[in-house]
Design a protein around this ligand. Structure first.
Ligand SMILES: *[C@@H]1O[C@H](CO)[C@@H](O)[C@H](O)[C@H]1NC(C)=O
Ligand SMILES: *[C@@H]1O[C@H](CO)[C@@H](O)[C@H](O)[C@H]1NC(C)=O
Ligand SMILES: *[C@@H]1O[C@H](CO)[C@@H](O)[C@H](O)[C@H]1NC(C)=O
Ligand SMILES: *[C@@H]1O[C@H](CO)[C@@H](O)[C@H](O)[C@H]1NC(C)=O
Ligand SMILES: *[C@@H]1O[C@H](CO)[C@@H](O)[C@H](O)[C@H]1NC(C)=O
Length: 451
């Protein structure tokens, strides 16, 4: 395992000093980080949101593309369309992100063979994003629809994220846990499994989940948490999905987002702060279509500046990630990963057949950043060694595995155990050069949603 980690470091860490996982870096992690802040945004792939970032180590359209999709998987004479810089702030026609939609986008069929996927003989080609968008929105022009899923944002269009990429750590190989929609992915992020749920069903709002969550583990470790959510609603709040939260009498730990800024300024942030943006239309902050990218940038800027100015900055790790890819193109095929449990999810598909997801593979690649005075400046992390010594891609459950190392709780299941932790990205010295403020998020062609 050590050897794999060292080889990985030699191969990838040419430009910065991220160390492989070892007892020293774990102790550094535990002494440095007292406050973890997790902000989960909505529905954007890496090639879409960070596709124009020029920082070395990021494989994206501007650095290693262009990447192309055919208009039709069955009629080549309809031509192809390639990744292109966007000239709009959001899109009106939300791409397909159901489990079967992800299947079409990755494998070119709603019902891929699970046996062939597990055997490695059927690998994702990432060729079906444009065809699926055209199927969903038959009344919109095909060039507009193609641009909606194949487009990417330039560095100048996302100045907040660009500044964070250039100052902190960005992951090049971080995938959502489930090739499916929001709530199952958010559930996996905080509990390691969807418990067989593959859609945003009624169980989430019904406090219907009994499994152990990050909120329970933090509490059992003798620490506290707060789940800050936007009163406008739209995402989570994840802590309210679990029976345990109510049984433990801790539902008052789910509070409105403005309280986060009060707590950050007062030095009153708990060990874990979990932040939910609002979602999903114009005026919401999660970056979910048709919410503007610039509105999401505004939220990230406000959260960062509150932490940076607050008395707890020196002990803070901010994790900014996304729930899933939202049906936007990404050229990196999602890898296999161990199933967390034996549960499956079955849905009927637009082609008439049904598809059963065994939860043995990850979703698409999403943007994820580590922001802290303890991480390297402008470093891009690649894959990493997991507990079994394999070099693999990160996923949302890497957060659970890493926080288990920080706060002393065991992985909940095989999926969490196999996710690489990222404690080795915490350095031994505190940086004092982190920017005090970030650039203003600027709407561009705000009135020109692409539709
Ligand atoms: C294939 O696409 C071409 C170009 O759009 C079109 O003219 C042709 O009718 C299509 N063929 C079929 C079988 O749909
Ligand atoms: C994107 O967000 C919508 C609204 O929350 C949700 O229904 C959908 O599941 C999300 N995306 C994906 C890929 O699922
Ligand atoms: C949640 O907990 C309550 C009380 O323990 C229990 O009656 C209920 O069945 C649980 N809900 C689900 C969906 O399991
Ligand atoms: C810190 O938070 C706790 C719990 O919400 C609250 O009781 C306390 O007044 C807060 N302290 C400050 C200084 O804001
Ligand atoms: C954070 O650390 C820096 C460098 O040691 C120090 O100058 C600063 O006062 C610290 N900030 C707080 C709020 O403790």
């Amino acid at each position: 395992m050590q050897l794999v980690a060292i080889l990985g470091m030699l191969a990838f860490a040419a430009s910065a000093e991220a160390a492989p996982a070892n007892p020293l870096s774990r102790r550094t992690f535990q002494s440095a980080i007292k406050n973890v802040v997790i902000l989960v945004m909505e529905n954007r792939s890496l090639d879409n949101l960070l596709g124009g970032q020029t920082t070395a180590g990021l494989e994206n359209p501007v650095n290693s593309g262009p990447y192309c999709n055919p208009y039709s998987l069955t009629n080549a004479s309809m031509g192809t369309v390639c990744t292109v810089a966007n000239d709009y702030d959001s899109i009106l026609n939300d791409p397909d992100h159901a489990v079967y939609g992800n299947n079409m986008e990755f494998y070119g069929t709603f019902t891929p063979s699970n046996a062939a996927i597990a055997a490695g003989t059927l690998v994702p080609t990432q060729q079906g994003f444009v065809q699926e968008q055209l199927r969903l929105y038959s009344s919109v022009s095909k060039t507009t629809l193609a641009k909606q899923v194949m487009g990417y944002y330039t560095e100048a269009q996302v100045p907040v994220l660009t500044t964070l990429v250039k100052n902190f750590v960005t992951f090049n190989h971080w995938h959502s846990d489930v090739p499916g929609p929001t709530d199952p992915n958010r559930l996996a992020l905080v509990s390691g499994s969807t418990y067989g749920h593959g859609s945003n069903d009624a169980t989430f709002k019904a406090k219907g989940f009994n499994q152990k969550s990050l909120f329970q583990s933090v509490t059992e470790s003798g620490r506290a948490w707060r789940n800050y959510h936007d009163a406008a609603g739209g995402t989570g709040p994840e802590a309210s999905w679990f029976n345990w939260t109510y049984a433990a009498g801790l539902s008052n730990r789910v509070v409105n987002l403005p309280q986060f800024y009060v707590d950050a300024a007062a030095g009153n942030l708990t060990a874990l702060s979990f932040l939910n943006p609002s979602c999903c239309g114009v005026g919401t902050t999660s970056m979910h279509p048709s919410g503007l990218i610039s509105a999401g940038e505004g939220l990230i800027k406000t959260v960062y500046e509150a932490l940076r100015a607050g008395p707890q900055w020196n002990t803070t790790l901010l994790i900014i990630t996304f729930d899933e890819t939202g049906g936007f193109h990404d050229h990196v095929p999602p890898p296999l990963a161990p199933a967390p449990d034996a549960l499956t999810y079955t849905a009927s598909t637009p082609s008439g057949g049904s598809y059963t997801l065994p939860f043995n593979r990850l979703g698409g690649r999403v943007p994820t950043l580590l922001v802290s005075p303890w991480v390297a400046k402008g470093f891009v992390e690649q894959k990493a060694a997991n507990a079994a010594g394999s070099t693999v891609s990160y996923s949302a459950t890497s957060i659970l595995n890493t926080l288990g190392l920080l706060w002393g709780f065991a992985p909940y299941n095989p999926r969490v155990a196999a996710a690489p932790p990222f404690d080795h990205l915490i350095q031994t010295t505190l940086r004092t050069d982190a920017p005090l403020t970030l650039p203003a998020a600027t709407p561009f062609r705000a009135a020109k949603m692409l539709h």
